[in-house]
Design a protein around this ligand. Sequence first.
Ligand SMILES: [Zn+2]
Length: 113
Amino acid sequence: MSFIDNLKSTMKNFAQKTSDVVEVQKLNLAILQEKDQVKKLYTKIGEEVYRQFLLGNDLGFNDKCNEIALLEAKIEEFENKIMKLKNTKKCDGCGSEISADAAFCPKCGTKAS
Ligand SMILES: [Zn+2]
């Protein structure tokens, strides 16, 4: 093979390798996007299992659901502490955060407790 032919071949291989690298990057991105969709579906399944647990339906994940219930209680406790610090409370009707001394919710009109 002449020097020129050799150089042409090397450049052709380089171009092929570059396009392969781009293709691999595209495929890796596609994999990440698919994995993200799978994760979202796992989350939906988990939420449905927890919803069923709250309805009293045992789908065989009660230990994990009890853990979630404890974590949810902690979150509510922290939210209540924040509302106390901000001098607000949660509306019983719509769940909006309203002033602690409001007699009625300005959003839904529910009498504040
Ligand atoms: Zn309200």
